[in-house]
Ligand binder design. Structure first.
Ligand code: PAF
Length: 282
């Protein structure tokens, strides 16, 4: 396993691999790897001849007052996880190389980014699409793997890839959960033991909603009322949003169909958690 920090070295390496006919699988991350990332790496390993993992805490996707400075970092541990997953190259550039003095180009996906997390985190997706587009240019992957926990992010990246005709297959991978149901996230480390307990209200709400649909509920409104009631039982939980949306367009839906996804963003103490689930497994 090699660690590359230089953009040109990474790009030259990928272009050479492509010339040799190798399929490049790519997992972009901000590090502090957990089992969710591991599942992306495993699938990447299975599908690519060469597996590239990027670790870059992208300043452009954090707003003022967000957790850029405190975002957890542990490159030594990440290298261990990467080695275990069979990663060939870790690409870990410095921020000043990705965004040198005078940097002025951004990628902005319209519409899809106005709702949900885009509403409470203005500029966040512009930062995500900009860095992912740059990483695609540098790493030159044939396929890139993303987790479905960041549901809106995945939809936005798919839109960007289609709109800009980027020759990259986008692969969405299922959410990986702790044994008690909490979705894996690098930010879970912020939770105190009491908050960690309260955070289970998110997967609980998803289960509650799925049970209502199984029992015949066909409308979003009663489901959202029940979900909000469940979430606000927790003293430290503040709902950012709880919405039923169409899985591709992210438009809000009144009636439940096979395309309906329940999307949640909840602050537990100072930690903002997201989770989601399709309401009909069929
Ligand atoms: O999902 C993440 O970790 C980040 O948003 C990504 C896709 C690596 C871009 O910085």
């Amino acid at each position: 396993m090699r660690i590359i920090t230089d953009i040109h070295e990474m790009q030259d390496d990928s272009l050479a691999a492509r010339r040799q006919g190798k399929t490049i699988a790519f997992v972009p991350t901000m590090g502090y790897l957990h089992e969710g990332h591991f599942s992306l790496l495993q699938e990447g390993r299975r599908r690519g001849d060469r597996l590239v993992l990027s670790i870059f805490v992208n300043p452009a996707q954090f707003g003022a007052g967000e957790d850029f400075d405190s975002y957890p970092r542990d490159l030594t541990r990440d290298q261990e996880v990467a080695r275990r997953a069979g990663v060939d190259i870790i690409f870990a550039p410095e921020a000043k190389e990705m965004y040198p003095r005078g940097y002025a180009t951004y990628v902005d996906v319209e519409g899809l980014t106005d709702t949900l997390c885009g509403r409470s985190r203005p500029g966040h997706f512009r930062g995500v699409t900009t860095v992912v587009c740059k990483l695609f240019t540098v790493v030159q992957p044939h396929l890139a793997l993303f987790g479905c926990k960041d549901f809106q992010q995945l939809a936005v990246i798919r839109r960007m890839t289609t709109d800009l005709n980027l020759p990259v297959e986008i692969v969405g991978m299922p959410i990986v959960r702790e044994a008690d149901g909490l979705a894996m996230s690098s930010r879970n480390v912020y939770l105190s033991p009491l908050e960690r307990q309260q955070a289970l209200a998110l997967p609980d709400s998803l289960r509650l909603a799925a049970a209502m649909v199984r029992d015949g509920e066909g409308w979003a409104e009663p489901i959202l009322t029940a979900v909000r009631a469940r979430l606000t039982q927790e003293p430290d939980a503040v709902i950012d949003y709880a919405q039923v949306c169409h899985g591709e367009t992210l438009q809000e839906m009144d009636a439940i169909t096979a395309d309906s996804v329940l999307l949640l963003a909840v602050r537990v103490g100072k930690t903002r958690l997201i989770d989601n689930s399709y309401l009909r497994g069929d």
